[in-house]
Design a protein around this ligand. Structure first.
Ligand SMILES: NC(=O)c1ccc[n+]([C@@H]2O[C@H](COP(=O)([O-])OP(=O)(O)OC[C@H]3O[C@@H](n4cnc5c(N)ncnc54)[C@H](OP(=O)(O)O)[C@@H]3O)[C@@H](O)[C@H]2O)c1
Length: 329
C-alpha cells in the first residue's frame, strides 16, 4: 500500500482522489490540501466524504491548514503536486516539491512550472534523497510519453520530436478549417465549451506548447534548454483565408512543436501539413511523433487534458514508483 498526499484539489486533484476511491489500486490518501485548507488522516481519508465536502464548502479540510504544513507534517510516501501552473516563478509548486523531496518523499506532478523552470535542481534533490520525481501528466495529458521513452523505446536514440501539444489551439484550428470560422469565432466557441480559459494567451501564443517542448527536450537530451530558447509563434494571427488556401491544396494547418538537436532547432509554429499526416488530429486531441534510430517514427495520439485523463498519467506514475521503490507495496 502506498500512502499519498494530494496538494491541489481542483479538476486534477479531485480526479485522482475519485479514481483512488473507486479502484482497488493499493493507494491510500492520508493528506490533502487546497488553497485555503488541509486535512490529515494517517489511516486514510474517507474519499467520498472528502469530495462531497469540497463540493459543498469549496474546502477539502480545516481552514488555515496550509499545503506546506501538510507536506512537512503528514505521514505519506508520495506527494501528488497538482496546484496551478505558474510558468514565470514555478511557485508555490517548487517550494512544495522541494519540501517533500527533502523529507525523502517521492513526488508526482502535473504542474509544468517546476519541471520547466527547475527540473535539474529538483531531479538532483530527488536523487540525493533516494526518491523519484515523475511528471508524465505535464505533457500531453493521458499519453504515456515519458513511460514510452523510458521503457518501450529504451536503447533508442531520439533524433527529433514533433508534436501537437496544445488542445485549445488544435480545437480552434480544426473548427476554422471545418466551418470556415474566423480565429475569434473559433476561440469564442472553445471558451463556451470550456476548452479555452478566459485568458488563453499562453495557449494561443504557443507558450504552453513551448513549455511542454522544453520539458520534453530536457527529459530526452538533458540539454538544459529554457523557454527563451524556443522560437515561438502562436495561432492568434492566422486568418480563415490561410486555412482555406491550405484546404484547397489538400492540406491543413496545425500548431507544431518541434525539437531537432542536429539542426539546433527548438520551435513552436503553425505549419501546413497534408491532411493525411499523422499529426493532423482533430479537436482537443494531442499527438507526438518521435523520430528514433531503431524504431524509426512512432506517433502517439490521445487526450491532452481532462480530469480523469490527467489522473490516468498521475496514477501510472504513482503505481510505477510504488512497484519500484516502496517496500511492502
Ligand atoms: N486540467 C487538466 O486537464 C490538466 C492536465 C494536465 C496538467 N494540468 C496541470 O495540473 C495542475 C492542476 O490543474 P487543475 O486543472 O486541477 O487546476 P485547478 O482546477 O485550477 O485546481 C487547482 C487546485 O490547486 C489549489 N491551489 C491553489 N493555490 C494553492 C496553494 N498555494 N496551495 C495548495 N493548493 C493550491 C486550488 O485550491 P482551491 O480549490 O482552494 O481554489 C485548487 O484546488 C495545473 O498545474 C495544470 O496546469 C491540468
Amino acid at each position: 500500500m502506498i500512502r499519498i498526499a494530494i496538494v491541489g484539489m481542483g479538476s486534477v486533484g479531485r480526479g485522482v482522489a475519485d479514481i483512488v476511491g473507486k479502484k482497488d489500486l493499493g493507494i491510500v490518501i492520508t493528506a490533502v490540501a487546497d488553497s485555503r485548507s488541509g486535512r490529515i488522516d494517517p489511516n486514510g481519508l474517507d474519499i467520498p466524504a472528502l469530495l462531497a465536502q469540497k463540493k459543498k464548502t469549496g474546502k477539502c479540510g480545516e481552514s488555515g491548514r496550509s499545503a506546506l504544513d501538510i507536506i512537512q507534517n503528514a505521514e505519506y510516501d508520495l506527494l501528488v503536486e497538482v496546484s496551478p501552473t505558474n510558468a514565470l516563478s514555478g511557485e508555490p509548486a517548487i517550494t512544495h516539491i522541494r519540501a517533500a523531496l527533502a523529507r525523502k518523499k517521492h513526488v508526482v506532478t502535473s504542474n509544468k512550472g517546476p519541471i520547466a523552470l527547475a527540473f535539474e535542481e529538483l531531479q538532483n534533490l530527488a536523487e540525493r534523497n533516494g526518491v523519484s520525481l515523475r511528471y508524465e501528466a505535464t505533457v500531453a495529458g493521458a499519453i504515456p510519453i515519458m513511460h514510452s521513452l523510458e521503457h518501450g523505446l529504451a536503447g533508442n536514440e531520439i533524433l527529433a520530436l514533433y508534436g501537437v501539444l496544445n488542445g485549445t489551439c488544435n480545437y480552434i484550428l480544426t473548427r476554422m478549417a471545418a466551418e470556415g470560422l474566423t480565429y475569434e469565432q473559433a476561440l469564442l466557441e472553445a471558451r463556451e465549451l470550456g476548452y479555452a480559459e478566459a485568458d488563453s494567451t499562453y495557449d494561443v501564443k504557443g507558450i504552453d506548447a513551448a513549455i511542454k517542448l522544453v520539458i520534453l527536450a530536457n527529459t530526452i537530451w538533458g540539454n538544459r534548454v529554457k523557454l527563451s530558447d524556443v522560437a515561438c509563434t502562436g495561432i492568434d494571427l492566422l486568418t480563415a483565408e490561410s486555412l482555406k488556401l491550405a484546404e484547397a491544396e489538400g492540406c491543413t494547418i496545425r500548431l507544431i512543436a518541434e525539437a531537432i538537436p542536429r539542426k539546433n532547432l527548438l520551435r513552436v509554429s503553425p505549419r501546413i501539413l497534408e491532411k493525411t499526416h499523422p499529426l493532423v488530429v482533430d479537436g482537443t486531441l494531442n499527438a507526438l511523433t518521435l523520430e528514433t534510430d531503431m524504431a524509426k517514427e512512432i506517433t502517439l495520439i490521445g487526450r491532452g487534458a481532462g480530469s480523469v485523463e490527467a489522473a490516468s498519467a498521475i496514477i501510472g506514475d504513482i503505481l510505477f514508483i510504488s512497484s519500484s521503490h516502496v517496500k511492502g507495496a
